[in-house]
Ligand binder design. Structure first.
Ligand code: UTP
Length: 279
């Protein structure tokens, strides 16, 4: 059994970069070949023993709720036609009743704000955060790798990868503690800067959308003022906790695609098409 029992899925963003596709459909329902982005991260969380899945939603996100529920008419129709393989396909990701909880963010005030909206479910336990638009092809899953590291050595863990210096202004960037081997899997960090200018970035180690966090980060979010872009930033709450809690940038094994961007989404689609041998 995993120590991490709750995963938070912030899905309250506007998905502006995918308009008009995301006008009436959540970005998290965009499919990689035939499977919505959100289903990949839910399966990643379940594969490491997480029991409670909290979706922090917003307006126009009903398709996500519906995706994780029975669709009786469709299932009856498929059954009547003997298409049992498809019946299995539309049911396999549903999970146990009551396992998935939904809360509304009410206004898209930032990733930190979205995570804070899940505080009554998380309570005083460590928890995971997964962003569906960071698609990671990894075996074992990226979160499972992080949970294993957390269980061996507790702290706040942020999935991280090296990016080109000209791209640092798209990410939260880690400031590693000096004098350690930066090639190690869990790099201890002493600071985090949200979307720095390339010339001001403390490293090229970018934080991406998987986190294993202590409940004190949630308490920090409670008191936090808006940061970069006028939004409540998750990285600001984690940075504020660094003096109190060992914090690590975690080099995961696997291939990551930024499916919040069009090119990343297309690359993920090409990658998974090739992997599945689609002609
Ligand atoms: P993004 O920065 O990608 O924002 O959020 P976005 O609104 O989804 O997309 P663009 O930039 O307008 O195209 C990163 C993650 O944080 C969630 C998003 O749903 C996404 O998973 N998020 C962001 C929230 O849940 N609420 C927010 O207020 C902001």
């Amino acid at each position: 059994m995993s120590i991490i029992k709750t995963a938070v899925f912030p899905v309250g963003g506007l998905g502006t970069r995918f308009l008009p596709a995301t006008k009436a459909m959540p970005k998290e329902m965009l499919p990689i070949v035939d499977t919505p982005l959100i289903q990949f991260v839910v399966e990643e969380a379940r594969s490491c023993g997480i029991e409670r899945l909290v979706f922090v939603t917003g307006r126009q996100k009903h398709a996500i709720e519906n995706h994780f529920d029975h669709m009786y008419e469709l299932e009856a129709n498929l059954e009547a036609k003997g298409k049992t393989e498809f019946v299995h396909l539309v049911r396999q990701h549903l999970g146990e009743p009551g396992e998935i909880l939904f809360t509304r963010q009410m206004r898209p005030a930032g990733l930190g704000h979205a995570v804070w909206c899940a505080r009554h479910v998380v309570q005083n336990d460590p928890f995971a955060v997964l962003l569906a638009d960071d698609f990671i092809d990894a075996e074992p899953g990226c979160l499972a790798q992080m949970v294993k590291a957390f269980e061996a050595k507790p702290g706040n863990y942020l999935a991280a990868m090296e990016v080109e210096r000209e791209h640092v202004n798209r990410y939260g960037i880690a400031e590693p503690v000096a004098g350690q081997d930066l090639g190690t899997q869990a790099v201890r960090i002493q600071g985090l800067v949200e979307k720095p200018k390339p010339e001001e970035a403390p490293s090229r180690l970018a934080v991406i959308g998987r986190y294993v966090l202590t409940p004190d980060v949630m308490k920090r979010l409670h008191k936090l003022a808006p940061g970069a872009g006028g939004e409540i930033q998750l990285t600001d709450a984690i940075a504020a906790e660094i003096p109190n809690c060992p914090t690590y940038a975690f080099h995961f094994e696997g291939q990551r695609f930024d499916c919040g961007s069009k090119i990343g989404f297309v690359q993920a689609t090409a990658h998974m098409s090739a992997k599945r041998g689609l002609a």
